[in-house]
Design a protein around this ligand. Structure first.
Ligand code: UD1
Ligand code: CA
Length: 449
């Protein structure tokens, strides 16, 4: 039997943030979500999350996760005190308890599997993850012998000079025999620099205590401040870029681009410099993205080109070309082979196959048929100050430069709108619509002098 407990009750003082530390985001997922997903593969029987500081906020964020037991630690008197809160909910539990600090987000699932199997094979009372760091500042130092047996963990601030030179650090990830841990948890004392109950002190009370050293020290980065948050972000971004390069994506300047975990990129996609992919963005095969794009939960087909543009919660079918300097806002759907040019904003609209919106337009709440040509500067006036209304433009229609279509309005198929028109009434198929003052020319006119 396996139970997993994640410690997520701390305030994260060193973060200097209104957001609880475990809710800080990394590549689009919070720290605690990352910790939880790193142990999902172990299929534990119980998953407990210890919450305290802004407990409701943490709980609300994770409500969707399912199968989580929230345990309240109030007040927060240290990591040992946090685990003491499990004595009641885990009373009578037989098996192992994996304890994870909620601020160690880069752990690989395989590392946890290895920790668990080593722990079970050795029959130790506790097995903890360690690493050797060139700069161990801030971490608890692990006092261990050559056989991997641990006698104690001493927190950085409680170390004497000799102990401080030890470069073997505690990652904050432990596998305990629960019954043995439960027996010593009540014996913890606050006899340390912070006056807290330390989980790390249980190690000296348990035997045998063993450690497993991770090969890649990046995995066990603990996050206490914004510097460490940024360092972890860099590690994650590098992992994500390498993953997609191995899947057949070219990055011209990888270091200038960022990806979310939920992003999917097709084969032969070329990502130019300064592109950012957020949310659940999906890009099809053979696309060229960038330079300078932000794609947030966008769905992009095959062979699409996007330059210097923002695409958010919009769907772009194959063969479209977008930008430079276009913005596709939520609810935009471009069917295949559309062209959206510079300084064009489209929102909550359907643009039919092969249509073109090439220059300086706002298209909002509109439905365009196929092969529509939207002239430069065409605006759909969709808002009457209270409500939004739809504009419909039939297939094969053309709007002249600087047209204003005041919604609700329907233009049939094959309609031509004269340049500079402001239209407020529907236009039947096949007709020309003009809605502008007739041009007046006075010959030899002399202005007032
Ligand atoms: C802890 C370890 C240290 C280790 C380091 C690894 C202790 C005493 N020290 O130090 O040996 O090297 O992690 O990153 O455990 N938390 C609670 N309730 C509390 C206090 C903390 O739930 O009362 C949670 C925090 O939200 C956090 C985790 O426990 O997720 C670790 O707490 P933190 O204060 O960051 O411990 P460190 O000082 O980093
Ligand atoms: Ca920490």
């Amino acid at each position: 039997m396996l139970a997993v407990a994640v410690l997520a009750a701390g305030k994260g003082t060193r973060m200097k943030s209104d957001l609880p530390k475990v809710l800080q985001p990394l590549a689009g997922a919070t720290l605690v979500e990352r910790v939880l997903s790193s142990c999902a593969g172990l299929a534990p029987q119980r998953r407990l999350l210890i919450v305290g500081h802004q407990a409701d906020r943490v709980r609300t964020t994770l409500e969707g996760a399912g199968g989580l037991e929230f345990v309240l630690q109030q007040p927060q008197l240290g990591t040992g005190h946090a685990v003491q809160q499990l004595l009641a909910p885990l009373a009578g539990f037989e098996g192992d308890l994996l304890v994870l600090n909620g601020d160690v987000p880069l752990l690989r699932p395989e590392t946890l599997e290895q920790l668990l199997s080593r722990h079970r094979a050795s029959g130790a009372a506790v097995t903890l993850l360690t690493a050797r760091l060139a700069d161990p500042t801030g971490y608890g130092r692990v006092m261990a012998n050559a056989a991997g047996e641990v006698s104690a963990i001493v927190e950085h601030r409680d170390c004497n000079d000799e102990q401080r030179r030890v470069d073997l650090i505690n990652a904050g990830i432990y596998c305990f025999n629960w019954a043995k841990l439960a027996a010593v948890l009540p014996d913890l004392t606050t006899d340390n620099d912070q006056g807290e109950l330390y989980l790390t002190d249980t190690v000296a009370l348990l035997s045998p205590a063993m450690h497993v050293q991770v090969a890649d020290a990046d995995e066990i980065n603990g996050i206490n401040d914004r510097l460490q948050l940024a360092q972890c972000e860099a590690v994650l971004q590098q992992r994500l870029r390498e993953h997609w390069m191995r899947e057949g994506v070219s990055f011209i300047d990888p270091g200038s681009c960022t990806l979310s975990e939920g992003t999917r990129l097709g084969r032969d996609v070329v990502v130019e410099p300064q592109c950012h992919f957020r949310g659940n963005t999906v890009v099809g095969e053979g696309c060229r993205i960038g330079p300078g794009c932000l794609l947030d939960s966008a769905t992009i087909g095959d062979r699409v080109e996007i330059v210097h543009s923002v695409v958010r919660e919009a769907t772009v079918a194959s063969g479209c070309a977008i930008g430079p300097f276009a913005q596709l806002r939520p609810g935009t759907v471009l069917e295949s082979d559309c062209r959206v040019g510079n300084f064009v904003e489209i929102k909550n609209s359907n643009i039919g196959t092969g249509s073109k919106v090439n220059h300086l337009s706002y298209i909002g709440d509109a439905d365009l048929g196929t092969g529509v040509n939207v002239g430069a500067g065409t605006i759909t006036a969709n808002y009457d100050g209270v409500r939004k209304h739809r504009t419909v433009i039939g297939s094969g229609s053309k709007t002249g430069a600087n047209s204003v279509l005041v919604a609700p309005i329907t233009l049939g198929e094959g309609v031509t709108v004269g340049a500079g028109s402001t239209l407020t009434k529907d236009v039947p198929s096949g007709s020309l619509a003009l809605g502008r003052a007739r041009q007046l020319v006075r010959d030899n006119w002399q202005g007032p002098s």
